[in-house]
Design a protein around this ligand. Structure first.
Ligand code: GUN
Length: 286
């Protein structure tokens, strides 16, 4: 029977640490870190994510700036908005909520964000830095997965890690982070032959496929650390992961639930990245 790693608890712990740092800055009368979040249009899921980010900033005492633009916003207007935030010395981090409405070019927008304010870690320069093992911004969800592994006491060095999913947002960067910590990494995708057999080799299994309850105990090696990145809605409207928790919990050594697993870690890591951007702007290495 697996031990369950509650991301919600770890995230609370991380937020407490950040709140303490911000309290100290306040006591010293210093400028406070500030995150700008840009939302274009009214996608309900995006609206709810953005509100979650705003609430998390407020809870730790971080300043935030929410910019809600109409879905009729043009590419030129959005680019101009990003440039304004790049120039604004009171803004440390810039996040443009994805996906953008049809007709807007995400790639162009991501490339416009200043590298030192790219708290999502999506800018090609930061992607390159991750691959070169240079200091830069790393995407929040992969960072959250690694933090959970560390809290499980799992050291990736020498272990077999299997990542299911190869997206720029999660699969590719988490695979690279695992490799950087000396795991032997396999990345699986829709064309992978005999996926269960590959997954059964994994000491560390990261599921980022986007298919509800696909990963049953048949995919899991006895005692493996299983991290479920999936957020899927069932027909009844409930949130469920990519892992069939009830079956997997019997075989894994460690497992993260959905909800209250990786999800809360993503926001905690966004706050952490914004602190890093702030210290960089203040000329302090942290
Ligand atoms: N949409 C879903 N996840 C993310 C994320 O981590 N960052 C941004 N900017 N948009 C998202």
């Amino acid at each position: 029977m697996a031990q369950v790693m509650m991301g919600s608890e770890v995230a609370k712990d991380l937020r407490r640490g950040i709140a303490e740092q911000i309290d100290r800055l306040k006591a010293q009368g210093r400028r406070l870190p500030r995150l700008a979040v840009v939302l274009v249009g009214d996608n309900p899921a995006s609206l709810s994510y953005v509100r979650g980010k705003e609430k998390a900033c407020a809870e730790v005492g971080m300043a935030s700036l929410m910019i809600h633009l109409p879905s009729s916003t043009t590419q030129a207007q959005l680019m101009e908005q990003i440039r304004q935030l790049n120039q604004d010395a009171t803004v440390d981090g810039i996040l443009c909520q994805l996906p953008l409405p049809e007709g807007l070019d995400e790639r162009q927008v991501i490339q416009e964000i200043a590298v030192d304010k790219d708290v999502d870690g999506f800018h090609p320069v930061n992607v390159g830095k991750l691959h070169l093992k240079e200091d830069g911004f790393v995407p929040c969800t992969p960072l959250g997965c690694m933090e959970l592994l560390h809290r499980m006491g799992v050291d990736p060095a020498g272990k077999r890690a299997v990542v299911i999913g190869r997206s720029n947002l999660v699969g590719a960067p988490v695979a690279r982070l695992l490799l950087n910590e000396n795991a032997t990494v396999t990345i699986c995708h829709s064309k992978t032959a005999d996926l269960p057999a590959v997954c059964r080799q994994a000491d560390i299994l990261i599921a980022a496929v986007g298919r509800a309850k696909m990963i049953t105990s048949d995919y899991i090696k006895e005692g493996a650390a299983v991290i479920d990145v999936g957020i899927n809605r069932t027909e009844e409207g409930r949130l469920t992961g990519d892992v069939d928790f009830d079956s997997a919990v019997e075989k894994a050594g460690w497992i993260t639930p959905v909800p209250k697993g990786v999800g809360p870690m993503t926001i905690a890591m966004l706050l952490k990245n914004t602190m890093k951007a702030y210290y960089g702007h203040e000329g302090e290495q942290k």
